[in-house]
Each structure stands twice: as C-alpha cells, then as structure tokens.
Design a protein around this ligand. Structure first.
Ligand SMILES: [Zn+2]
Ligand SMILES: [Zn+2]
Length: 361
C-alpha cells in the first residue's frame, strides 16, 4: 500500500509499505480523507520543539518515527478483528486519535485532555490518516451517519477542538462572543456557537482571503482588526457591555490583549490557540471577575456531538473553506500553510489498486 510517512524534519516520503495485518479488537480502514493542520506544520518544520521525543517509543502506543502522518482522518471499515462490536465492514468512520493514560496526575484529577503521556494516531500511533490501509483500534472509531460524508468525517477532529473550546466558554443563548481568528478552528468555533444558540458572534480576522470565506459562510459581524478598532466594534455591537466570552483561535499576544479588553464584566477568555510569544498580561485585564480558561483537545462526547451537528447540517463544507490535495502534494501544502495559506487542507486517500472505493456523495 501507499503511505505518506514523516521521517524527521522536512522529511515526508510517499512510500510503498506492507498492508497492516488485522488483530483482535482492531479494524482495517481504507479510503477517506485526512486533514492537515498547524500541528502537522509544527511536526514538519520543527519537530524538535514539540514536547515529545519521536525517536523513542511513546509510552502509551509504543510508536516511534517514521510515522504515517495525519491525526484528522476518516475511512471506510473493510475488516474487523475478533471482539469488535461497535463497527462493521462498510461503515464509514471518523477516528478519535487521542490516547491518554488515565493514571497520571492530570488524568486522575479529571483532566484527561492534559494527560502527561498523551499520544495521537498520526503523530505517535499505530497508524495515521495518510495510508491506503489503516489499522485502528475499534474503540477509536465513530461510525458516521448517512448524512455525513468522509470529507466531513475527516473534519470531526478539528471541529471537536473548536466544540470543546465553546464548552469551556460556558455560553448560553443571549450571550455574545468574540472569536479571534477566522481560520479552520475559528470557523469551527462559529459553527459550535451557532449550534448552541448564540446569535451575536463577532469574528476578528486580519487576512482578506479568510474574511472572504467568513462572508461566504454568512457570518454577520466580521472585523478586520488592522483597519477597524476591534474594541469599538465589539462595544457597538453589544450595547457597550462587551462580550460574555472571547475565544482565541489565533494565538497572537496583541490580539489576546485586545480580546481581553472586549470582555464584559465577569467575561472569560478561552484559549484554544498556542502562543509562541509571551502574553503581556496586566492586572486591569482581569478586573471585575474577568478570567482566563484554557481548552485543549476534546472528549468522546465532543466527537459524538460534532458528528450530530454535521448530521443536522450545522457544520458543513459550504463557503468553500476547504481545499483537496493528493498524497504527492502534501509537503507543498504544508509549506503553503507555513507561508500563510489560509484554507483547510484535506488529503484524498488514493484507491487501492483493483479495489474501487464506494462512491462518495
Ligand atoms: Zn489537527
Ligand atoms: Zn494521563
């Protein structure tokens, strides 16, 4: 089978590998799509700065590099191992790629999303999305309903990152929310907020190409923070109260500070983004009960809810915010991401020779 493996820094190879063998409790997947995100960019451009040593076997999975790339993926079940009851051949599934130990201090305290031994399929896993045939633990497979195709299925993971962040924000109908960053995660946050009944959603995005996609999605309040005064816009749209929550999907320290300044009394800043630079936090930003919460990864409940939202048409590919590429183009798509390309990238899985894939909707 063909697979795309990462061997090290800026070293991605399309390779011919033996197809994996089925084992008890496991399933084989073929086809589907794989999302490329900022984490893949990080792994590709500077794996040495990632908080894991990829040359060593990961504690939870035993995996080390080279690694089949892609932690955001879907596929069709072709075979199931003994003992598997949650999926069957022919099912289309999204894969929950996150492993946690259940025993470390964070896990024991009820924070499995901050597990100190965390590992992901596609980073330190038995498989990753970019292979013609994928061996995956059945427990990680979430069957997709008929309404959700395999392209959307590959977006369950990043949409769950956004969905989890909105859960951390704890917002309710009638609240207003500012979203920093209109990239794929910011778009996911918008979908999740809409699904929770939030009507006043303001998205701040400096890049014109991204703002155009936000407009195509029908988002009412889009701010270009380079030419508009974000705080003025927010206070104008919220009757001078400020927003109940700001959700940061951008990761720029100056935007973080502006986002804090837009909070209403008692409002919360939720950080989904990662920050490469320190944030200049001052006491007044936290005055009057304003607080900061962080959101990482997602739970199985988030996965289920995202799939439900996709089934109900609340998360869609409308608005042309996704582009599709083939295995051979992944390295250049990642380089594009590095130089500021703005669309979500989904990688098609090539069909296995002689085995046609079921027609996609
Ligand atoms: Zn990702
Ligand atoms: Zn743990």
């Amino acid at each position: 089978m063909k697979a795309l493996r990462i061997h090290g820094k800026r070293d991605l190879r399309v390779e011919e590998l033996p197809a994996p063998a089925l084992a008890p409790g496991m399933v084989l997947l073929r086809g589907g799509f794989t999302g490329v995100c900022g984490t893949d960019l990080h792994l590709y451009v500077e794996p040495e700065s990632y908080p894991a040593d990829f040359s060593r076997a990961a504690t939870l999975t035993g995996a080390r590099w080279p690694q089949i790339l892609g932690h955001e993926f879907s596929g069709e079940v072709t075979e199931i191992g003994s003992g598997v009851t949650n999926v069957k051949p022919g099912d289309r599934v999204a894969v929950f790629p996150y492993h946690h130990c259940g025993q470390c201090l964070a896990c024991s305290a009820g924070h499995p999303t901050d597990c100190e031994h965390m590992a992901f399929e596609g980073m330190q896993g038995q498989s990753g999305g970019m292979a013609q045939c994928k061996l995956v633990d059945a427990e990680l497979c979430f069957a997709l309903p008929d309404e959700v195709d395999l392209a959307l299925g590959a977006l369950v993971e990043p949409m769950a990152v956004a969905w989890h962040g909105v859960g951390v924000a704890d917002v309710h109908p009638g609240d207003s929310v500012l979203v920093l960053g209109g990239g794929p995660i910011g778009i996911g946050v918008y979908f999740a907020l809409r699904a929770q009944g939030i009507e006043t959603i303001i998205v701040s995005e400096p890049l014109a190409e991204r703002r155009a996609a936000l407009e195509r999605l029908g988002i009412d309040h889009i701010v270009n923070p380079l030419v508009q005064n974000l705080q003025e816009e927010v206070f104008r749209l919220t009757g001078a109260h400020g927003v109940t929550a700001t959700i940061d999907a951008a990761g720029a320290p100056h935007a973080f500070v502006e986002g804090m300044q837009c909070l209403a009394v008692g409002g919360r800043m939720v950080t989904i983004a990662l920050y490469r630079e320190p944030i200049p936090l001052t006491r007044p930003l936290l005055a009057a009960g304003r607080s900061i919460r962080s959101s990482a990864v997602y739970s199985r409940t988030d996965f289920r809810e995202v799939i439900g939202a996709m089934r109900d048409g609340r998360i869609t590919l409308d608005g042309d915010w996704v582009r599709f590429v083939d295995f051979a183009d992944v390295a250049s798509a990642i380089e594009d991401l590095h130089s500021g390309a703005t669309m979500k990238v989904l990688v098609r899985t090539p069909a296995l020779d002689g085995v046609p894939l079921r027609a996609e909707k």
